[in-house]
Ligand binder design. Structure first.
Ligand code: GRF
Length: 185
């Protein structure tokens, strides 16, 4: 099974997926919308080819997504795993990869969708937040949930310590969920 990871930033989830033993798909390409993203060096280290694009150079989302679909097809990609991809996925990708685009989000959805979910939870003073892996649809962090794991917020937590614990959970949960999903499909 060939899969792509889409990421815009540091790529710690990409790394966790690559480091996971027994992943039952091959990550054959990394798609990145940020030419300066540290995830690109990580992809190089793992020998994963990357497709980098600058959304500003295209007049519409449909334009760059059409090119992406072409690249993904050339790599035989069947599944897409978003890992810190900071763009809303449009109809072109959604209709081509229906029910085959998965995202990881650092909260217990439906709580705290959108940007800076960890900061939102921290500010709200909740005593529990967590991690969600879900299918994506046309909304922002609204698609059907595949797996979730709670993370307690401790009174002594700073936003940074909370973030570190959430990311540890992400790095464990995402590859395991990918395997379960692929086994059941
Ligand atoms: C993760 O917290 C993920 O849940 C969110 O973006 C972050 C990406 O971090 N969607 P990284 O680039 O994988 O380190």
């Amino acid at each position: 099974i060939n899969a792509a990871v889409f990421a815009s930033g540091s790529g710690s989830n990409f790394e966790a997926i690559m480091e996971f033993d027994d992943l039952i798909c091959d990550i054959v390409v990394l798609v990145c919308d940020n030419p300066g993203a540290p995830v690109l060096e990580k992809a190089e280290r793992y020998g994963v080819p990357s497709v980098v694009f600058n959304a500003k150079e295209y007049s519409s989302k449909a334009n760059y997504e059409t090119l992406l679909v072409r690249e993904l097809r050339e790599h035989g990609v069947e599944w897409i795993f978003l890992a810190g991809y900071m763009r809303i996925v449009g109809n072109t990708l959604l209709s081509t990869y229906e029910n085959r685009i998965v995202n990881i989000h650092p909260s217990l959805l439906p709580s705290f969708p959108g940007k800076d979910a960890i900061g939102q939870a921290y500010q709200a003073g909740v005593d529990e937040t967590g991690v969600t892996v879900h299918f994506i649809d046309e909304g922002i962090d609204t698609g059907p949930i595949i797996s979730q794991e709670p993370v307690q917020v401790n009174p002594e937590d700073t936003k940074q310590t909370l973030k570190e614990r959430i990311q540890q959970v992400e790095h464990r949960l995402y590859p395991v969920t990918i395997n379960q999903l692929l086994r059941n499909s």
